[in-house]
Design a protein around this ligand. Structure first.
Ligand code: 5GP
Ligand code: MN
Length: 330
C-alpha cells in the first residue's frame, strides 16, 4: 500500500497500475453527489481514451442534476444480488472507506479485498486501503485532485471531460464558498473553462433546476427547524419524503438552507431511513471539526462536512447526537 498526497508524485505509480489492467471497474460512494459522479465519469473518459474496457458502476441512483453529464448514460446502477463484472482493477473515487460503496461492498467483500484497487479521494478520514492511493485532504473536491492528476499524467482534457470535472468542483465547493476552497480550486476551474467546460449548464442544472418536490421538502423541514444558540437542527422523516415525493438529493438542500442561517456555527440534519436507521449530516464553521465527531458513530468526512448512520430512530438519534455536538461547539 502506498499513499500519495501529491498528484505529481502519484502519477507514475497510478499510470503503471492502469497500464497493467485491461478491464476496470469504477466505483464511488452511496447516495452520490456531484463530486462522486463527476469523478466517476472523468475517470471513465480517461480510461476509455487509454484503450481500456471500463465499467462505471454507481451504488445508488444518480442525483438529477448529474444525469445530463457526458457519459452518464453509461453508468450502471447496482441492484441487490448483482454479480460484479470480471475485472482486473478497481478504481474508487471520492469514497472515504470501502464500506461507503454500500451494498456493492457488503455483497462482494471478497472480490473487493483481493483485487488491486486505486483510490483517489480528498476525505481526511480516508485510511488509504487501496493498492495505490492518492489522498489529499487539502483538495476541495476529488475532481480538483483528478484534474491535477490528469495533467501530471499528460492526459489531454477535452470539453466533455472538463465539464465532468467542473461539476465536482462546483458542487463540493458550493461554487467556491466552502472553507475548503483554495486558490488552486479556482485555478483548476479556470483551466477547465479554458478547455471548454460547459459552466453555464453546470450552474443551471445545480442551482436553477430544483425539483418542485425538493422545494416542498425544504419548506416542511425548515418549518420545524430547531435552534439552540449556535446549533441548528432539522428532521427529514419518511412521512415528509412520501408527502412531497422528494428524492434523497433534496435532503442536501435542507442542509444547505440551514447553513445559510445567521449565527449557525454547527448543524445536523436527521434523515429517517426505510431500514430503521437515521442518517446524520453534520456541517460546521472553522475551527469546529465535525469529522471527528462523525467517526464516533462509525462515519467520517471532512472537518466542516461529515456524516454517519445511526442504528436508531431520528428521535433517539437527536438525544444521542445533540449533547455531543453541544459539547463540541460550546
Ligand atoms: P453528507 O452529510 O452530505 O452525506 O456527507 C458529508 C460528507 O461526509 C461527505 O464528504 C460524505 O462523503 C461524508 N460522509 C457522509 N456519511 C458518511 C459515512 O457514513 N461514513 C463516512 N466515512 N463518510 C461519510
Ligand atoms: Mn467529494
Amino acid at each position: 500500500m502506498t499513499v500519495y498526497t501529491d498528484p505529481i508524485l502519484a502519477a507514475p505509480a497510478l499510470t503503471d497500475q492502469i497500464n497493467q489492467a485491461k478491464r476496470i471497474l469504477i466505483l464511488t460512494h452511496i447516495n452520490p453527489d456531484g463530486d462522486a459522479i463527476g469523478s466517476l465519469l472523468s475517470v471513465w473518459h480517461v480510461l476509455k481514451t487509454m484503450g481500456k474496457e471500463v465499467i462505471p458502476l454507481a451504488s445508488s441512483p444518480l442525483p438529477g442534476y448529474t444525469t445530463w453529464l457526458p457519459g452518464a448514460e453509461q453508468i450502471q446502477v447496482y441492484r441487490a444480488g448483482m454479480s460484479l463484472p470480471e475485472v482486473d482493477l478497481v478504481v474508487m473515487v471520492d469514497t472515504a472507506t470501502l464500506g461507503r460503496v454500500g451494498r456493492i461492498y457488503d455483497e462482494h467483500v471478497h472480490e473487493l479485498t483481493t483485487l488491486p484497487i486505486v483510490i483517489v479521494d480528498h476525505h481526511v478520514t480516508n485510511e488509504g486501503a487501496g493498492t495505490v492511493n492518492l489522498i489529499d485532504p487539502a483538495a476541495a473536491s476529488t475532481c480538483e485532485l483528478l484534474c491535477e492528476l490528469f495533467q501530471a499524467m499528460g492526459i489531454t482534457i477535452d470539453a466533455d471531460l472538463a465539464t465532468c470535472l467542473l461539476m465536482g468542483i462546483t458542487t463540493d465547493t458550493q461554487s467556491f464558498q466552502t472553507s475548503a476552497t483554495t486558490a488552486t480550486s479556482m485555478r483548476v476551474a479556470a483551466d477547465l473553462l479554458d478547455l471548454g467546460a460547459d459552466q453555464l449548464r453546470v450552474v443551471r442544472e445545480v442551482y436553477f433546476a430544483l425539483p418542485a418536490s425538493s422545494a416542498e421538502l425544504i419548506g416542511q423541514a425548515l418549518a420545524e427547524m430547531r435552534r439552540d444558540g449556535p446549533i441548528a437542527w432539522a428532521r427529514v422523516t419518511l412521512a415528509m419524503m412520501r408527502d412531497t415525493g422528494a428524492e434523497d438529493e433534496a435532503v442536501d438542500e435542507v442542509v444547505r438552507m440551514l447553513q445559510r442561517v445567521a449565527g449557525v456555527r454547527a448543524l445536523v440534519v436527521f434523515k429517517e431511513r426505510q431500514d430503521g436507521t437515521t442518517k446524520i449530516s453534520l456541517r460546521s464553521v472553522q475551527p469546529i471539526n465535525v469529522a471527528l465527531l462523525a467517526t464516533y458513530w462509525g462515519g467520517g468526512g471532512h472537518a466542516q462536512a461529515a456524516g454517519a448512520t445511526l442504528n436508531m430512530s431520528p428521535e433517539q438519534a437527536e438525544h444521542e447526537v445533540l449533547p455531543r455536538l453541544q459539547e463540541l461547539v460550546w
